[in-house]
Design a protein around this ligand. Structure first.
Ligand code: FES
Ligand code: FES
Length: 165
């Protein structure tokens, strides 16, 4: 009986492209995208702080938009193209260097979420002003109070993307 219930529990095999790599995984209906990325696939850069959509630490980019992976059911992500913070290192994105150079983190727990929000912003607007950056980051919370450094790091990354030094 128990076994039959588990088999009929609505599991579904889905495919997702994460950081340009194809993943096939059987997911249960209640699993969030964050659980799958972090716990099942071992991409541990994506963090969980609040687990209810309030802090932004679980942000990943899906189909070009920043989303909260703790609020997204994995079962709805079949066929999607997803980018996690690990991809910034693979791509040698300037945000990696500008965040480090400007010490835009303290404990670092919120940082992957901020960086992915910033990456999505720069993808759609490579030359944002300070106000656009603050608007984009409004859903990301940092308990260590690193807010000013994010703006500096993102402006510097923008300059590098534009070909400056
Ligand atoms: S862990 Fe997802 S918004 Fe806080
Ligand atoms: S650096 Fe610690 S929560 Fe942001």
């Amino acid at each position: 009986m128990t076994e039959k219930c588990q088999q009929d529990g609505g599991e579904k095999k889905i495919s997702m492209k994460i950081n340009n790599q194809e993943y096939n995984i059987v997911v249960e209906p209640h699993w969030t995208l964050r659980e799958v990325i972090h716990d099942k696939l071992g991409l541990t850069g994506t963090k969980e702080m609040c687990d209810h959509g309030a802090c932004g630490s679980c942000t990943v980019i899906m189909e070009g938009r920043p989303i909260l992976s703790c609020m997204t059911l994995a079962i709805e992500c079949g066929g999607k193209v997803i980018e996690t913070v690990e991809n910034l290192d693979i791509e040698k994105h300037p945000l990696v260097e500008t965040y480090a150079n400007n010490h835009a983190m303290q404990c670092g727990y919120c940082t992957p979420g901020f960086v992915m929000t910033a990456k999505a912003l720069l993808d759609r607007n490579p030359n944002p002003d300070e106000e656009a950056i603050k608007d984009a980051l409004e859903g990301n919370i940092c308990r260590c109070g690193t807010y000013p450094a994010h703006v500096v790091a993102i402006l510097e990354a923008s300059t590098k993307l534009e070909g400056g030094k």
